[in-house]
Design a protein around this ligand. Structure first.
Ligand code: THU
Length: 133
């Protein structure tokens, strides 16, 4: 795993912010962007993609994670999340569970807001009892 001290958290938040502009959110109007850093050092961005059949919606975090995994990258060192909302946007429960499949429980989940602040959680703080087989 990449050394946590070497992760450029602000840069990852910027990449998440970029992805917000691709959000497809005509139903909720709530636009989210995420960026994941993989073990190889690559960054994958994702946005939320809604659907007229609401349950078929994919969150930004899962879009980014699934892009990484589908490119053969199963080790994710960090994830950053931004939205158009003024405040921090913590990930939903499904995304936390999906994160736990591909991230260590001490990996950083980095939230950004629009005044340039960041809030960092360890995944295990957000999901203290993940389901695992
Ligand atoms: N959403 C995300 O993309 N990530 C989250 O963690 C929470 C919710 C999206 C899903 C939906 O398109 C919109 O935000 C409102 O729920």
């Amino acid at each position: 795993m990449l050394n946590k001290e070497k992760i450029d958290m602000k840069m990852l938040v910027e990449r998440a912010k970029e992805a917000v502009s691709n959000a497809y959110a005509p139903y909720s109007g709530f636009c989210v962007g995420a960026a994941v850093l993989t073990e190889s050092g690559k960054i994958y961005q994702g946005c939320n993609i809604e659907n007229a059949s609401y349950g078929a919606t994919n969150c930004a975090e899962r879009t980014a994670i699934f892009k990484a995994v589908s490119e053969g990258e199963q080790k994710i060192c960090a994830i950053a999340i931004m939205s158009k909302a003024g405040d921090f946007t913590p990930p939903c429960g499904i995304c936390r569970q999906v994160m736990s499949e591909f991230m260590e429980l001490d990996a950083p989940v980095i939230l950004g807001n629009h005044v340039g602040e960041i809030k960092i959680f360890q995944l295990g703080e957000l999901l203290p009892a993940n389901f695992a087989l």
